[in-house]
Ligand binder design. Sequence first.
Ligand code: AMP
Length: 208
Amino acid sequence: MGQNILLVGPPGAGKGTQAKILAEQLKIPQLSTGDILRANKAAGKLTPELTKAMDNGGLVPDEVVIDLIVDRMQQPDALNGALFDGFPRTVVQAEALKAMLGKRGKRIDVAIAIEVDPALLIERTVLRRTDKRTGQIYHLKYNPPPPDAELVHRADDTEVAVKKRLDAYARDTSAVIPFYEKEGVLKRVDGVGDVGEVTKRIFAALGV
Ligand code: AMP
């Protein structure tokens, strides 16, 4: 039976990188509201207000991301477990997710909080690059891309936008951690170290 797992942590904690690996190994889809929003933006389907909120490092409104995730969760591959990455980012979203899973008789089985010293997060994000062909995430210093990668730099991975994203995390998203602590499903994982090491810690936390 596929599990419903989520990753929460500040920007640059490694959620996207780990989510890809975990989803593949656990054979459940990665549901990333950030990826869905970026795909909608690239397809010209996002309003200018939402594009601006994203690029500036703010959150998009709860009702927008909740609609996106409801839609995504109804696709066949997500009916039997999923890995939520970057959602929920507010307690309102966490409550909505609980209600959506509840309708299926399911719940979040494990919420993994990836912890990284805030001092490291700016460098982790500003030097982050993605290969647009594969979606693979690299870091120019710590995980350099191969020479043939077609790199893109996220519009919100600038120092100014990352500082705003860290503020949004502290103000709105960090409250998601005590929410899952109360639900009795929270596991904290140290997110500092190389990618494989952090993956091992997450699997240990999942009991796999
Ligand atoms: P991410 O790729 O998860 O870092 O998301 C990139 C950006 O998309 C965020 O900085 C927000 O502007 C927006 N976003 C993604 N997921 C959410 C969410 N669950 N709630 C609100 N905004 C979101």
